[in-house]
Design a protein. Structure first.
Length: 163
């Protein structure tokens, strides 16, 4: 059985993330999306909220489950017998940041990291810009799953577009 680990902050999950999850789920027997808390950063959504949003947005992927982790990612991969960490890359800026982590993770336990290029139509989407645009009243409906759009509107306090 091959198993992949897709880690991230996912605050909140975007269509770019979901697109990567779908493509990883087609390549591996099992996929575990792992929400990793950043102790130095208070997010817009709590860890349990992020998990619930990902679960709803990936309900069509039966071989995918969602978990959270607070320690080293490599320890989670080993505990769950996951053979690879898979990350989406939006471009060279992402690569520069990810290459160092991939090499550190491999040096620690031998776990490999595989990179998947972002779908071009989603390659400019990020959780942080989605939040910034939504907070300032912009339309992010093309870049987040419908349940995340609802959650953003509730969190920000903006009226629903159709109300
Ligand atoms: O979505 P992000 O914020 O780019 O995700 C970064 C994340 C959570 C994947 C990364 O910070 C991580 O792997 N954290 C877990 C702690 C860890 O293993 N750190 C060592 C990295 S070499």
């Amino acid at each position: 059985m091959s198993g992949a680990l897709c880690p991230g902050s996912f605050d909140p999950v975007t269509m770019g993330h979901v697109n990567v999850f779908e493509r990883v789920a087609a390549q591996f027997d099992t996929v575990v999306v792992t929400v990793v808390a950043n102790p130095n950063k208070k997010g817009m959504f709590g860890i349990d909220e992020r998990i619930a949003l990902i679960e709803e947005a990936t309900a069509h992927l039966p071989n995918l489950r969602v978990a959270s982790w607070e320690g080293l990612l490599v320890d989670f991969a080993r505990q769950e017998s996951l053979t690879a960490i898979v990350k989406g890359l939006r471009g060279m800026v992402d690569y520069d940041y990810e290459e160092q982590m991939a090499n550190l993770n491999r040096a620690m336990t031998g776990v490999e990291t595989l990179f998947m290029p972002a779908e071009p139509r989603l390659s400019f989407v990020s959780s942080s810009y989605v939040k910034e645009i939504a907070v300032r009243g912009g339309d992010v409906s093309g870049w987040v799953p419908p349940n995340v759009l609802t959650a953003l509107r509730e969190r920000i306090g903006a009226p629903a577009a159709d109300s």
